[in-house]
Design a binder for this molecule. Structure first.
Ligand code: UTP
Length: 298
């Protein structure tokens, strides 16, 4: 069954331990690339793909995230008084329509699969997208939009996929490819975090999914998988080969940054800084100087 995808789940209940001590009080998703928090990039991407309902799976300590989408009448009136129309415009992107955003708590961080399952009643019986905000993807056409367009042709379940170095497979869910059709592959198996020697390919799943409600049913009977967590990958893998479902990997066009890791976050900061007209010249001069100094010191 192919349907329009209008709901997206944003699992943001993880503890973000790789960014301690910052994440002791600042949710990872509120950390900024240049001047926008990670969550804003995710929301913008979802909107571009036609998403109308935004479901956040949060946890204790994430109230800054909920506040971020609140209206700020005082701030807005101050900006209006000062004639700062450009900043007012920037703030508009953070405003959500009434009723378009919902927050559900995941009481225990039992894994990504469990986080998505927590949203089951809000998702209901329709296909839905999942966006992990710490995977930030730069590209001409936003990644989820590419996937929604491809999904309109295939239906089933679709995961964003990209080639990773062989030795890095242990950090990802990895696809066992049945047919390679270029931008799309059909999948005959999925393995969560395999050792390089056990990995069926180097095509890794990253944080964008379009899933059928059947996956939610699979999660409800799921056992703990890799790392003792309830894995989303395992629940998706159950749909492989099903006549009304199936699983596809989608090789998106764009550059993905793993902003859940320190190195990835720094790389994204550099890339997004250099992409900005108002910062490029000053920032690239600085970087050139830094690299020259580093080389001279070696
Ligand atoms: P990560 O594996 O990056 O975990 O989760 P984390 O807790 O965010 O970060 P580290 O590893 O401790 O530094 C991937 C995504 O799944 C969500 C996270 O919020 C993140 O968006 N997640 C993970 C949940 O919502 N609940 C969970 O139980 C686990």
């Amino acid at each position: 069954m192919k349907r329009k995808v209008t709901k997206a789940v944003f699992p943001v209940a993880g503890m973000g331990t790789r960014f301690l001590p910052a994440t002791k009080s600042v949710p990872k998703e509120i950390m900024t690339l240049v001047d926008r928090p990670l969550i804003q990039y995710a929301i913008d991407e979802a909107r571009a793909a036609g998403i109308k309902e935004f479901i956040f799976v949060t946890a204790k300590g994430k109230s800054a995230l909920e506040d971020y989408f609140d209206c700020s009448p005082h701030l807005e009136s101050e900006l209006r008084k000062k004639g700062k129309t450009d900043l007012l415009e920037t703030l508009k992107a953070t405003n959500m329509d009434s009723g378009a955003i919902a927050y559900i708590r995941q009481q225990k961080a039992l894994g990504l699969g469990h986080a998505v399952w927590c949203a089951r009643r809000l998702i209901g019986n329709e296909p839905f997208a999942v966006i992990l905000p710490d995977d930030v993807i730069a590209g001409e056409t936003p990644c989820l939009q590419q996937m929604v367009e491809a999904y309109a042709e295939t239906g089933g379940n679709m995961v964003a996929a990209m080639e990773v170095p062989h030795e890095k497979t242990k950090a990802y869910g990895v696809l066992d490819v049945q047919d390679d059709m270029g931008s799309m592959v059909s999948v005959k198996g999925m393995v969560e975090k395999p050792e390089p020697d056990d990995a069926p390919s180097n095509l890794a799943v990253i944080g964008r999914y379009i899933l059928t409600p059947k996956v939610l049913q699979n999660i409800s009977k799921a056992k703990k998988g890799a790392g003792g967590e309830i894995q989303l990958t395992d629940a998706i893998a159950e749909e492989i080969g099903k006549e009304d479902g199936g699983v596809y990997g989608y090789r998106f066009r764009g550059q993905r940054f793993d902003c859940g890791s320190k190195a990835g976050f720094l790389q994204a900061t550099v890339a997004f800084g250099l992409a900005r007209d108002d910062l490029r010249d000053e920032f690239s001069d600085y970087l050139t100087e830094m690299v020259a100094l580093q080389n001279a010191a070696q």
